[in-house]
Design a protein around this ligand. Structure first.
Ligand SMILES: Nc1ncnc2c1ncn2[C@@H]1O[C@H](COP(=O)(O)OP(=O)(O)OP(=O)(O)O)[C@@H](O)[C@H]1O
Ligand SMILES: [Mg+2]
Length: 244
């Protein structure tokens, strides 16, 4: 990548519709015909924005506003119904606690599983492994199956992977909220350290406005899939608070 103002993520009139059917049966029929009655929920509605290299952006909005859907579109977990999406760079995403994890594998095995999904070779993962395990700090549980982890422990492992793989784009969805105070502090420090180099781009979703302010310079306020405000983080938070 070249200059500092390179566009890393671009949404151009992106819409994501979910079809809601009355029953599973209707949903199944709906796969083959548009005539089956259904409602449409626009989780993301004609959304446009650009995020540049080095930006730290928080998506702010109530439950169901469309934040996670946007992150899922960016990471390719789901696809838009309409519009264009451009992503340039290696993404490391912490979407849901269990995303990319297998409960029957140990923590260590899951590190390999997830990093392989991200496109790393075995040798590369071997080099990353010690830093990930140290950061996750789950002790002997690293060789226990993931189903024996508490949700906080899963979050730690997920976070440890995300921040130790040197991504171009770091995407974090609500992951900090399950960790305890000590781990949150460690994560905050780590994200700050990562962000002090200005090459990495951060996209951050949280209901903690303090954390958003801590990490991000820019805030995008969403409501029902629509972008209502896009600008300086303090102003975004004021805008959001004024609507509640
Ligand atoms: N797989 C799905 N099928 C149908 N509707 C969905 C699906 N995923 C999300 N939605 C709907 O899309 C809308 C946006 O959901 P999304 O998960 O993006 O919200 P969010 O802003 O992340 O909310 P939260 O703060 O609760 O995490 C919601 O109305 C939700 O019910
Ligand atoms: Mg969400």
């Amino acid at each position: 990548m070249g200059k500092e103002n390179d566009v890393v993520i671009r949404f151009d009139h992106v819409t994501k519709e979910y079809k809601l059917y009355k029953s599973e049966r209707a949903r199944f029929k709906g796969l083959f015909s548009d005539k089956v009655p259904h409602k449409i929920n626009k989780a993301v509605n004609d959304m446009s924005f650009e995020i540049r290299r080095g930006d730290a952006v928080s998506l702010i909005g109530r439950n169901g506003a469309g934040k996670s859907t946007i992150l899922k579109i960016i990471t390719g977990v789901t696809y838009p119904t309409a519009g264009e999406v451009e992503v340039n760079g290696k993404i490391s995403a912490l979407l849901e606690l269990s995303a990319g994890f297998d409960a029957n594998f140990t923590g260590r095995e899951n590190i390999y599983l997830k990093c392989e999904l991200m496109g790393f070779t075995k040798e590369e993962i071997k080099r990353l492994e010690p830093a990930i395990i140290e950061f996750a700090d789950v002790g002997d549980y690293i060789d226990q199956p993931l189903r024996s982890y508490s949700s906080g422990m899963k979050a730690r492992l997920g976070f440890a992977i995300s921040v130790n793989v040197n991504p171009d784009i770091l995407i974090i969805d609500e992951a900090l909220s399950v960790g305890d105070k000590r781990f949150r502090k460690k994560c905050t420090e780590r994200v700050r350290e990562i962000m002090s180099g200005d090459d990495i781009t951060l996209l951050f979703v949280t209901h903690s406005l303090d954390a958003a302010m801590d990490f991000c310079k820019r805030g995008i306020v969403l409501e029902k899939g629509v972008k209502l405000f896009d600008g300086e983080i303090n102003e975004a938070i004021d805008f959001y608070n004024a609507r509640d």
